[in-house]
Design a protein around this ligand. Structure first.
Ligand code: MG
Length: 274
């Protein structure tokens, strides 16, 4: 594999095949895949999807879990709705995570990722132990498939995330490092955070953003190179820690502007990567 090959985050909507075409249109051949609609997880639609991936010559580098009912509107809403933290949806989402891991396995994908939600910083809270147990269960399921489970960064400080990973204590628990999320959630300076988490980072999002301006609010995502991450410093730090994985561009808007921003991001990364 080419070192630091550039790819994209593929937000899969109701038409995964259409989304796959977009990967090629921005000039890359690899992508992380958002969770597709349920009917694509197995059966005839799955075969159709697999054929489209192969025909496009696209490597799927990771599959992301996503769950009905999640909302990223603002920080309190994220705390209440996202990932494996909310107790009322936890068992059904655990089941769904395993189904997504098996779907990824059928595609030959060795990394499954998720936003698991806001893990409390206070490890004496009961919910902390419950989330540790839930993540162990997902890790063990992934391990049986020969997969890693990657935690998306942003909702905790790097130190809190590192302690959580150590408390889970599963060797296949890793990090998908998103520098912009550290900024958007106000969780800490991303380059220093990458240093803290360096032993766990197996994939990353190349995304940019600006710091929040009011408590409880999220910051604002920006085109790559136009936010507060400092893409030159980010790529330099990745090189310093010996990272050789994919550079997956993530731009969370839609339409033609998304495509243009992704192409510009690819060009910027080609330059910075050297
Ligand atoms: Mg991300």
């Amino acid at each position: 594999m080419e070192k630091m090959a550039i790819g994209v985050m593929l937000g899969v909507g109701d038409d995964p095949e259409e989304s796959l075409r977009k990967v090629r249109e921005v000039g890359v051949n690899n992508a992380q895949m958002g969770c597709p609609p349920d009917e694509y997880l197995s059966g005839e639609k799955f075969e159709q999807l697999k054929k489209a991936i192969d025909a496009g010559g696209i490597t799927i580098t990771a599959v992301f879990c996503g769950f009905p009912g999640e909302s990223y509107a603002d920080i309190p809403t994220v705390q209440q709705t996202v990932g494996l933290v909310p107790p009322t949806t936890r068992s059904e989402r655990l089941q769904k995570s395993k189904e997504i891991a098996d779907f990824a396995d059928r595609l030959g994908v060795k990394e499954v990722c998720a936003h698991i939600g806001f893990v409390p910083e206070d490890s004496s809270e009961p919910v902390y132990r419950e989330v540790v147990e839930a993540v162990r269960e997902v890790c063990d399921h992934c391990a049986a498939n020969g997969q890693m489970f990657g935690l998306e960064t942003g909702q905790e400080s790097a130190a809190a995330l590192k302690r959580f990973i150590e408390d889970v204590g599963r060797p296949n628990l890793k990090v998908n490092f998103d520098p912009a999320n550290m900024i958007l959630y106000g969780s800490g300076e991303p380059i220093a955070a990458l240093d803290v988490l360096r032993d766990y980072v197996v994939s990353c999002h190349c995304k940019d953003g600006k710091w929040p301006t009011a408590p409880g609010q999220l910051g604002t995502e920006a085109p790559l190179g136009q936010g507060d991450v400092g893409m030159d410093k980010f790529i330099a730090k990745l090189k310093e820690i010996g990272y050789t994985g994919y550079l997956t561009i993530e731009r969370e808007i839609s339409g033609d502007q998304q495509k243009q921003d992704i192409i510009a991001a690819r060009q910027l990364l080609e330059k910075l990567r050297g």
